[in-house]
Write a protein that binds this ligand. Structure first.
Ligand code: ATP
Length: 316
């Protein structure tokens, strides 16, 4: 795993990280008050990395859900996958960790927005959506859902370290981590703290139009640079299926072959496409269980194939 580390609060914009070989030596370090300390100080690994490894020891599959663009449905896909994985096998334990610090949406989508997390001797207890589905999110720690979180990188880094090292998940088959769009502080923190925890890989979510595909290419590059296995790409909202007449329309025409074409070109697994179903949007807004409420939705049917491929790629 590439060495990517957190930045101190006073770091310049392009700080290479306090434990990088370039610490204190890169051109971005010129004028930084920590330059001398970084250039000469010992490079001890963050003790949080070992804590995360220990805490996640009983989590079999640790999966990051990434997207290049915002609004492509990454949180929805994370929630759909977690519900579907949990529904597939009641003996399988699934959890969602929402590390979208500034825009947490899992508490609402999973229908537990009014719950609170509790602290016990063994750490934070996640909120249970079902017997075998739990979730942890900064959304549970806010006094009001309207509160804005305006944090710089180091504070987000600290929160992610806490989430990864202090939540008492128990034994889990799948931990899906919902991230913000792009490759920002949250991603770097997560990759750093998971560097010894045997991260299974990443699922990339995109929509078919070219602007979204351009950004997902950057996510692929991010995964390759940080040695994260790409479990596959999900193309979301690929088609609109009319709830009245079931006619299919392409609302985001895939001029260059869509996500499937991109996956073939870049030799990345394609997990499948999910159509846009307005009933799913409503279910998510209301925090309902779409698997139970919408068994005939084309989204739920497409999800089944995606999960089968995902489980196969997790095992490979
Ligand atoms: N397949 C789908 N069918 C219907 N609605 C969908 C589908 N996928 C996503 N949506 C809707 O699209 C909107 C955006 O989805 P979502 O919040 O999951 O995007 P996101 O990529 O996580 O956004 P952000 O970048 O802000 O975190 C939501 O209203 C969601 O309900």
């Amino acid at each position: 795993m590439a060495s990517i580390v957190a930045k101190p609060e006073s770091a310049p914009e392009h700080c290479p990280g306090t434990q990088s070989d370039q610490a204190g030596k890169a051109s971005a370090c010129a004028g930084c008050p920590n330059q001398q300390i970084c250039a000469t100080g010992p490079k001890e690994p963050d003790p949080g990395i070992a804590l995360v490894k220990e805490r996640l020891g009983e989590v079999q599959n640790k999966i990051l859900v990434l997207s290049g663009k915002g609004g492509v449905g990454k949180s929805t896909v994370t929630a759909l996958l977690s519900r579907a994985l949990a529904a597939r096998d009641p003996n399988q334990n699934v959890a969602v960790l929402d590390i979208d610090i500034c825009g947490p949406s899992q508490p609402r989508v999973l229908g537990v927005a009014d719950e609170q997390v509790h602290q016990s001797g063994s750490g934070w207890s996640p909120v249970y959506v079902d017997d075998n589905l739990s979730v942890m999110s900064i959304g549970f720690l806010l006094a009001s859902p309207d509160d804005a979180i305006i944090w710089r990188g180091p504070k987000k880094n600290g929160m992610i370290k806490q989430f990864l090292s202090e939540v008492d998940w128990g034994q889990l088959d799948y931990l899906l981590m919902d991230t913000p769009p792009g490759t920002s502080d949250e991603h770097l923190s997560a990759v750093t703290y998971l560097s010894q925890a045997n991260l299974t890989g990443a699922i990339l979510v995109t929509t078919p139009q070219e602007v979204a595909l351009l950004d997902v290419r950057k996510e692929i590059d991010f995964c390759r640079k940080t040695n994260i296995k790409i479990l596959g790409v999900v193309e979301n909202m690929s088609k609109f299926i009319c709830p009245c007449c079931a006619k299919e329309s392409e609302i985001f025409p895939a001029n260059t072959g869509g996500a499937r074409g991109m996956c073939e070109e870049l030799d990345v697994p394609f997990l499948g496409s999910l159509p846009l179903d307005p009933k799913v949007t409503r279910c998510c807004d209301e925090g309902k269980n779409f698997i139970e409420d919408l068994p005939d939705s084309p989204v739920i049917k497409a999800l089944d194939q995606i999960i089968t491929r995902l489980q196969m790629n997790c095992r490979d």
